[in-house]
Write a protein that binds this ligand. Structure first.
Ligand code: ADP
Length: 449
C-alpha cells in the first residue's frame, strides 16, 4: 500500500509542478502568487507526510529484522514483534508457524533419541554404530561388557581399536566390501559371540550397525542337553546289556541248572531295581527342575527327622559295619519343610556316607543353629573326594570314580541340591581325599506364609 502511494505521488507531483509553471507563464497576475503559496503549502504537507510514512516503514522493517535475528539464534526471540496490520504480519505468522513446527519436530527427535538410547542401554545384545569411515559413534554398555572396555573409552575410536580382535573386524570389513549383511561366530576367552555386521544402505552406505550376541549360555545349555542324553543312554545301556546277557545265558541252558538259574534271576532283579531307581531319579529331577513339585510344608523337629532317616538306613549301617552316631541337640528350633523331601535329602547324604566309608569307619550326623537357619551335616571318615571333583559333585550324573561307583546313578546329589534350594536353603560339601567328607545343608528357621 505504501509503495503504491509513493508511485502515485511520483507521478502526480511532477505533473502538478509542470501544470503550475504553465499557469504562471500564461496568466502572470497577483492572484497566482496566492495560488502558488497555497500549492507550495500543500506540497510541503505532502512531503512531510511522505517522510513520516517512510520513517514508519523503516522502523517497522527494523523491528522485524531485530525479531528475526533474535529467533535465528535460539529459536525464540526476546525482542517483541512490531504490531502492525499488513502483509508483514502474514510473513511473521508464517515464520512463527514454521518455527513452532521445527521446535515440535526437534522435541520429537530428542524424545526418539532418548528412547533409542534407553533401549540400547538396557539391551542384552551389544550394539555398535559406526560411521562410514569405521569410527564408533554409538555403543551400548552390553557391547562394552562383552568386549571388556568402557563406553567413554570406546567413543570416537576406530572399530579396530575398539574390538581388538581381527576376526570381528574381518566380518565388518566383509560387510563393508560386499555392502551386505555378514554374520559369524567368534570365540573369545570366555565368551562365544555371534557378530552381525549390517551396512546402513539407504542409497549410499553411511555407516554400519554391528550387533554382538552372547551365545555362551545357549551353547552351554546345548552341551548340557547333549551330555544329559549321552549320560541317560549310558546309564540305561549298562543294566539293559546285563539283563540281556543274563536272559540269554538262561535261555541257552542255565535254566536246567536251578541254583545257577536262581543266581541269574537274582542278578536280573538287582539290575531291574537299578533301572527302576534310575527312572525314578530322572522323573524326580525333571519335576523338581521344572518347578513342578508342590512342597507341602509342615513344622518339624530337626532331631526327629534325622533319627527317622538314620532308622531307615540301619540295615545298611549294620551290613557296612560302620559306626554311625547322631550328635544333634534336642533343643533346636522347629523348621517348616516338606518332610518327605528333606528326608530324601538326608537319606541320600547318609546313604553316600555309608557307601563311601570303609568298614569300621565313622559317620556322624551333626546339627546347629546359626543366624536364623539350621545347618545339618553328615560327616564321614570315608574315601573323600579329590579337590578337582569337589566343585562338580552336585552336577547331574557326576561320579568321582566311575570304576568304584558302587552302583549309583550320580543323580542323588543333584536332586538333593534342587530340593534344598526349593526350601530357600543351601547345600555344600567339604572333603579331604583319603580322610573323609562332610556334606552340609542349611534351612531357614521359622514359619512360611
Ligand atoms: P550316586 O548315586 O552315584 O551316589 P550322588 O549324586 O549321590 O550319586 O553322588 C555323586 C558322586 O559323588 C558319587 O558317585 C561319589 O563319587 C561322590 N560322593 C558323594 N558322596 C560322597 C561321600 N560321602 N564320600 C565320597 N564321595 C562321595
Amino acid at each position: 500500500m505504501f509503495a503504491s502511494l509513493l508511485r502515485t505521488l511520483s507521478i502526480v507531483i511532477p505533473i502538478g509542478i509542470l501544470a503550475w509553471l504553465y499557469v504562471i507563464w500564461r496568466f502572470p497576475a497577483q492572484y497566482l502568487v496566492h495560488l502558488s503559496l497555497m500549492v507550495g503549502g500543500i506540497m510541503l504537507v505532502v512531503g512531510i507526510a511522505i517522510y513520516w510514512l517512510s520513517e514508519q516503514h523503516r522502523h517497522y522493517l527494523n523491528g522485524i529484522a531485530n525479531w528475526a535475528e533474535g529467533i535465528s539464534g535460539s529459536g525464540t526471540s526476546t525482542v517483541p514483534l512490531p504490531a502492525t496490520e499488513s502483509a508483514g504480519v502474514r510473513i511473521v505468522g508464517a515464520v512463527q508457524r514454521s518455527i513452532r513446527k521445527q521446535q515440535r519436530q526437534s522435541k520429537k527427535r530428542a524424545r526418539d533419541l532418548d528412547r533409542l538410547l534407553t533401549i540400547l542401554d538396557y539391551m542384552n545384545d551389544g550394539v555398535v554404530i559406526l560411521n562410514k569411515s569405521g569410527r564408533v559413534r554409538i555403543v551400548n554398555p552390553a557391547a562394552c561388557a562383552l568386549l571388556g572396555t568402557d563406553v567413554e573409552e570406546a567413543k570416537g575410536r576406530t572399530f579396530v581399536q575398539f574390538v581388538r580382535d581381527h576376526r570381528i573386524t574381518e566380518l565388518w570389513r566383509q560387510s563393508e566390501d560386499t555392502k551386505l549383511q555378514v554374520k559369524g561366530t567368534v570365540e573369545l576367552a570366555d565368551v562365544l559371540l555371534r557378530v552381525v555386521a549390517t551396512p546402513f544402505l539407504h542409497g549410499n552406505a553411511r555407516g554400519f550397525l554391528i550387533i554382538l550376541q552372547d551365545l555362551t549360555e545357549l551353547n552351554h545349555l546345548q552341551t548340557v542337553r547333549q551330555n544329559f542324553v549321552t549320560n541317560v543312554s549310558h546309564e540305561l545301556r549298562t543294566p539293559l546289556a546285563s539283563i540281556r546277557a543274563l536272559a540269554e545265558t538262561l535261555a541257552e541252558g542255565a535254566l536246567e541248572d536251578p541254583p545257577a538259574a536262581r543266581r541269574f534271576l537274582n542278578r536280573m532283579e538287582i539290575e531291574v531295581d537299578a533301572l527302576t531307581a534310575l527312572v525314578t531319579d530322572l522323573f524326580d529331577l525333571s519335576r523338581i527342575e521344572s518347578g513342578h513339585i508342590g512342597l507341602e510344608y509342615v513344622e518339624v523337629k530337626p532331631l526327629d527327622l534325622i533319627n527317622e532317616s538314620v532308622e531307615r538306613l540301619s540295615t545298611q549301617v549294620d551290613r557296612a559295619q560302620i559306626d554311625l552316631a547322631v550328635k544333634v541337640p534336642d533343643k533346636l528350633p522347629l523348621v517348616t519343610i516338606d518332610r518327605d523331601r528333606i528326608e530324601q535329602v538326608m537319606v541320600n547324604l547318609l546313604h553316600n556316607a555309608i557307601k563311601f566309608t570303609q568298614p569300621n569307619g565313622e559317620v556322624n550326623v551333626l546339627a546347629e543353629q546359626n543366624n536364623g537357619s539350621i545347618t545339618v551335616s553328615v560327616k564321614d571318615t570315608g574315601v573323600g573326594i579329590p579337590d578337582e571333583d569337589l566343585p562338580h559333585i552336585f552336577e547331574r550324573f557326576y561320579k568321582v570314580d566311575r570304576a568304584r561307583r558302587g552302583g549309583g546313578s550320580g543323580l542323588g546329589l543333584a536332586i538333593a541340591k534342587h530340593i534344598v534350594q526349593a526350601h530357600d536353603g543351601t547345600i555344600w560339601a567339604e572333603s579331604v581325599e583319603g580322610e573323609g567328607s562332610t556334606f552340609s545343608f542349611s534351612l531357614p528357621v521359622g514359619n512360611r506364609e
